[in-house]
Design a protein around this ligand. Structure first.
Ligand SMILES: [Zn+2]
Length: 350
């Protein structure tokens, strides 16, 4: 069985499990000023399911188009469902979730849904390599007030293509309640998280063979802003989830902000993972590139799928690099955590 994962920017991925095509978020219709991912939602022809992490524009956009054009079933929060129904997606193609659900996707593939948390977009954030502290214990009323101010400034600063991309797409100002998805395949489990937040009690009980983790903004742990850096946050998650392989996301200039590199430098994250958890393999992808996941035999897996296991998986085999078919894409590299990148740094949020 072959499992592949392609990164389409932000936290959007195409996961293929032996022919079953599962979109993880559906945001590909980006502003003209953002780096292209080589695909629009109208060009997506293959989709069996779309799992939506939360209802913001840069995650839910495109889900209506994909559902209506391909017949795919969308799984998401009640808020995501509301937006999609308003845009004409039939009820039978929307499976609502709030955490606790276990859906069968095919004969051999299923997905468990967990309640999650959005990153602290109301608080101060910084690029990887910078420790950020403070803002602990801020009440929700103050958080909402700060967020409203930021949204107003963002809309005022956005160029026409950015404003238009947001206005025409499926989206909500509400997260709808962030969700994580643990996809169970015959080769292992894949955790999909699309914003930098988690409940420690939940992650402490999940075992993910592959963890797809957001690496941008100010993390949330149990509803409070993480006191530390992006790399310290990701290491903490991996200590709980104990993945063999990690894929990092949300670190590109998806909003098309001026004077911002296409992809944020995640070298501090790679270095911290290599230092603290050297057996974790980071699968690095450029925009529009893909990798093969869990390229090992089932016998090499450690523990039952989706549950905490006392045994640690054997050292991961290196997943072969893979490229998508379309032109203009850089070569995909599968790098160990000891490898660093040289992409210029920036801050990417939400
Ligand atoms: Zn968001």
């Amino acid at each position: 069985m072959t499992i592949t994962l392609d990164w389409l920017g932000c936290a959007t991925f195409r996961l293929s499990v032996d022919g079953l095509v599962i979109w993880l978020d559906t945001f590909v219709d980006r502003p003209e000023s953002a780096p292209s991912v080589g695909l629009t939602s109208e060009e997506i022809t293959e989709a069996d399911f779309a799992l939506i992490g939360h209802s913001h524009w840069d995650h839910l956009a495109g889900a209506d188009v994909v559902a209506l054009r391909t017949g795919a079933t969308v799984i998401g929060s009640h808020e995501s469902a509301r937006v999609l129904r308003e845009r004409g997606v039939p009820d039978e193609q929307i499976w609502t979730a709030q955490g606790g659900e276990h859906f069968q996707l095919s004969e051999h593939v299923s997905v468990r849904v967990y309640p999650s948390l959005h990153s602290c977009i109301w608080s101060r954030a910084a690029r990887p390599g910078t420790v950020v502290t403070g803002d602990y214990g801020v009440f929700e009323q103050e958080r909402e007030s700060r967020l409203a101010g930021r949204r107003a400034r963002r809309n005022a600063d956005a160029d026409d293509s950015g404003r238009e991309a947001r206005q025409r797409a499926a989206s909500s100002n509400s997260t709808g309640g962030a969700l994580d998805y643990l996809i169970d395949t015959p080769e292992g489990t894949v955790l999909f998280q699309d914003s930098m937040g988690y409940w420690s009690g939940i992650y402490g009980g999940i075992r993910a063979d592959v963890a797809v983790l957001a690496a941008a903004g100010r993390g949330s742990v149990d509803g409070e802003p993480f006191q530390g850096s992006v790399e310290q946050f990701v290491v903490r998650e991996c200590e709980l989830l104990r993945p063999r392989q990690v894929v990092l996301s949300h670190h590109d200039n998806f909003g098309g902000a001026p004077d911002v590199p296409d992809v944020t430098d995640l070298a501090p994250v790679h270095e911290e993972l290599a230092r603290i958890l050297p057996r974790v393999e980071v699968l690095a992808m450029g925009l529009g590139e893909g990798v093969t996941l869990l390229a090992c035999t089932t016998a090499q897996r450690g523990g039952a799928a989706g549950t905490r296991s006392a045994s640690r998986a054997s050292a991961p085999s290196r997943a072969p690099p893979r490229m998508l078919a379309s032109s203009g894409q850089r070569r995909c590299t599968t790098m160990s955590t000891a490898t660093t990148t040289s992409t210029p740094a920036t801050t990417s949020k939400a």
